[in-house]
Write a protein that binds this ligand. Structure first.
Ligand SMILES: [Ca+2]
Length: 179
């Protein structure tokens, strides 16, 4: 004897989305003399993603900066989709308005410390303080911020003794637009 069970919860959940329900039905099989077994007919539709035209980048710093003022030019580009990050200047120039995530990491050596801000369109939108009590110390932070097309985004050193240690190319800067 075969029963088809209603999958109300799945259908209701999927009705809000544009995708077809993934779980279409459950089949309950009762075999003579055997306990009940439930089999799922799962229809997984492969979803083909459109190529992204969003900018994103990831760059690292490969040399020490001593008593550094102003922008940090993370010089080694690992990823630079749409080429909106400039490793010479440290600028990311926003190609399209939207919400962006930026994250950066800095490192200091023994007894040194550095304060940095994320500058978006001339305003500080995030801050990171890395203060080494002993040996190497690194820190990271993440910012979610609305950026208008054409605005410049970069990491600026604003305080501390301004010495950045680059051993292992630990310092890095990356950003991407939310879909
Ligand atoms: Ca510390």
């Amino acid at each position: 004897m075969t029963f088809f069970l209603h999958t109300t919860e799945f259908d209701r959940h999927n009705a809000a989305s544009t995708s077809r329900p993934r779980l279409r039905s459950c089949r309950l099989l009762r075999m003579p003399g055997q306990p009940c077994q439930i089999f799922s007919d799962i229809h997984v539709r492969s979803k083909r993603c459109a190529p992204s035209n969003n900018a994103y980048f990831y760059a690292r710093l490969t040399h020490n900066l001593k008593n550094h003022h102003g922008r940090v030019p993370f010089n080694r580009v690992i990823v630079n989709k749409l080429r909106r990050y400039n490793p010479s200047s440290g600028f990311f120039v926003c190609p399209r308005s939207g919400y962006y995530v930026f994250t950066w990491t800095l490192m200091t050596d023994h007894k040194e410390w550095v304060i940095s801000d994320l500058i978006v369109g001339g305003s500080a939108k995030g801050k990171l303080i890395v203060d080494s009590d002993e040996g190497l110390e690194s820190g990271s932070t993440t910012v979610l911020v609305y950026v208008r097309g054409g605005q410049h985004v970069f990491v600026r050193i604003t305080g501390g003794n301004r010495n950045i240690e680059s051993r292992g190319s630990v310092p890095s800067f990356s950003g991407w637009r939310l879909p």
